[in-house]
Write a protein of this length. Sequence first.
Lengths: 280, 205
Amino acid sequence: MKMPRSATRTLVLIPVAIALNIALGSTVQQALKLPIYLDSVGTVLTSVLAAPIAGLATGALTNIIWAYVLPPPLQAPTAGPFAVTAAVIGLLAGFWGWLGLFRARRTTDPSSQVAALAAAALVALVIAYTFSRVYTNPQRFNSVTGFNVNTFELSELAFVVVIVVFVLLGAGLLFARRDAGAVLALAAGLVTGPVAALVSAPISAYVFGGVTGFGGDAIVAAFRTAGSSLYQATLQQGLLSDPLDKMITSLLVFFVLAAMPRRLLARFPNGDRLVGAEPA
Amino acid sequence: MAVGVALLTTLAAMRAGRIRRLALAALALTPVAASSLLINVLLPAGGGGLAAAVAALLRLLGTTLPLTLLFATTDAPDLLNDLEARGIGRRAVFVLGAALAAVPRAQARAVDVIEAQRARGLDTVGSWRRHLRGVVPLVTPLIIGSLAEVEDRTLALEVRAFGAPGRRTLLHRPPDSGWQRAARWAMAGLAALGLAARAAAVTGH
């Protein structure tokens, strides 16, 4: 069986992306000391460049190698069970890449303006719907989500923080940088976040008892003191941290891809969807 | 159960002289342990209490230590070679092996980038807003450097006929005694037994 050229390229990309994940998640994380994980940049990159399955493998292997194979100064045993989350993130990012959400677009282009507007409208719709269903009053909040009534204000605050960050970043990108493509990537990150949170919450609650030795523990504790159960508190923490982290990850990947030479991108299996039509 | 696994692994590690490595892995769990105790025991609304915190920690030790021991005593390239000889795909073996080799390289590159940017005046000590400003200058060069590496390695592999069909001949085979083979089967049997017992306990509830 003769492998197509791009298959070898994907196979080389996966291990390099795994190493990138670990380097960003440990060394750079330590240098910056920010409460974001940064450990899925390589996963998203692989998924967008190659294929969803490649991203899935990158995500899962990153966490397994990180948790069990590496020698101690780097070893992070808590990462192991979260391999599931990483795999899901990879799969989703591949889907976004396949849809062309990571393609560099020119804002002057009518089609990219339409795409950005459509994405913005869609996000606004989802936000408005969530808000009207969940956050109008504590009783509805409780009956729809099952979260404790006492965590209403805290949860609403988290929701607002995520939305404000999204709107600020989106507006900045659209009006200051005039970059419609980046807004689409940002939206992809925003949607990935809650999915990642839904997958992580049971792991973090039932495997770790809600504690992973990470900055997010304080947020979990805050939700628990407000009256959430363990599972609910980890979910509420994830719903705050994950969208923020994934938005930043998506944007980073988008900007790097946009800065890369088109001929380099076009060599990867998913290159066509990243490069798009030849600019006039 | 988790206690048993952790103890058994510790004994095995002592015999293999790798107790230090195992102890370090366990030490890596101390922040989690401290945080767990804090949240489960000290908080007024804490749910689980001491027992839950200890149980979660033991479960974590039970999963981490055996795997750590495996890679502490087994040379990863040896393991991968043997897996390939037993029919695991060459591509899977390559991905795993290359990933292990790439981690220290990426780590070194990360340190280089951090130092270079600090030398140019990047501030990673001040307020969190300054930290946030450091994300792009630190992350972008790392990603671009990694992609350049992908390019180089792909060409190198193509030149060496990585995509060529057929099985490769292995020159080096790790030693494997009858004793070791028996021990492997016994462990597989024990694992199956454990799973069965667990399933029975769950359905019996």
